[in-house]
Ligand binder design. Structure first.
Ligand code: PLP
Length: 220
């Protein structure tokens, strides 16, 4: 772990007012504790079991963000404590989060994952699917989820212009959905985009959360 890189990264994102999610997947709890000691409180994981195991042994004021694909049958394990779920990509999943949140007397913060890359493997909803979900009667009855914004992953490419265009496209969808569905909801304000390789581009395109793993914790 290189604390110099951590400090530099914080200084770099500070002018943008964005927040850093330290993506600690595959890294031991000891690494998280070290960064925690430096002041970091938001950590990201992509697997439910791993997040639960780390939650149990680490300080309770850590805010745990789930950034990876989430299966409906696993929502119950993180519902008691998760701070935000970035990877909501279906109504069915949202309904299950709502149900488990209610059981825990909580409202769970969620981001809707948008498909912006040109790769088959990346999860997420299209703009049309987002509109359909948000306009649905089923969605309007949910009481224990709070939609805080959108998340996206750009294509894995060196082509800066392409990444820029994908993030800009996500920002445009964010503005349109905000106007159409959340005009009076201040909670809908987050744009989670940018990883180790492209966070600089994401910040310029309006990211409010960047999700950085390998740059902080080393290669996986
Ligand atoms: C692993 C992961 C990250 C962090 O990626 P790095 O390239 O290690 O910075 C960000 N977002 C998601 C969804 C991830 O799975």
């Amino acid at each position: 772990m290189n604390f110099e890189i951590y400090k530099q990264l914080l200084a770099e994102i500070e002018p943008f007012g964005a927040k850093l999610i330290a993506v600690s997947k595959t890294k031991p709890a000891e690494d998280i504790q070290l960064l925690y000691n430096e002041g970091q409180r938001i950590f990201g994981e992509n697997k439910v079991q791993e997040m639960v195991a780390k939650y149990e042994v680490l300080p309770k004021d850590i805010q745990w963000h789930l950034v990876g694909h989430l299966q409906t049958n696993k929502v119950k394990f993180i519902a008691p404590f998760v701070s935000m779920i970035h990877s909501v990509d279906s109504l069915k999943l949202l309904q299950e989060i709502d149900k488990q949140a209610e059981k825990n007397n909580r409202v769970i913060n969620c981001l809707l994952q948008v498909f912006i890359a040109d790769e088959e493997t990346k999860f997420g909803l299209s703009k049309e699917e987002l509109i359909q979900l948000l306009a649905s009667k089923e969605f309007s009855t949910l009481t224990h989820v709070r939609i805080c914004g959108l998340m996206g992953m750009a294509s894995n490419t060196e082509d800066v212009k392409k990444i820029e265009a994908e993030f800009a496209g996500l920002k445009t969808i964010f503005v349109e959905l905000k106007q159409a569905f959340f005009p009076n909801e201040p909670a809908f304000k987050e744009l989670s985009m940018g990883m180790s390789s492209d966070y600089k581009i994401a910040l310029k395109q309006g990211a409010t959360f960047i999700r950085v793993g390998s740059m902080l914790f080393g290669e996986r």
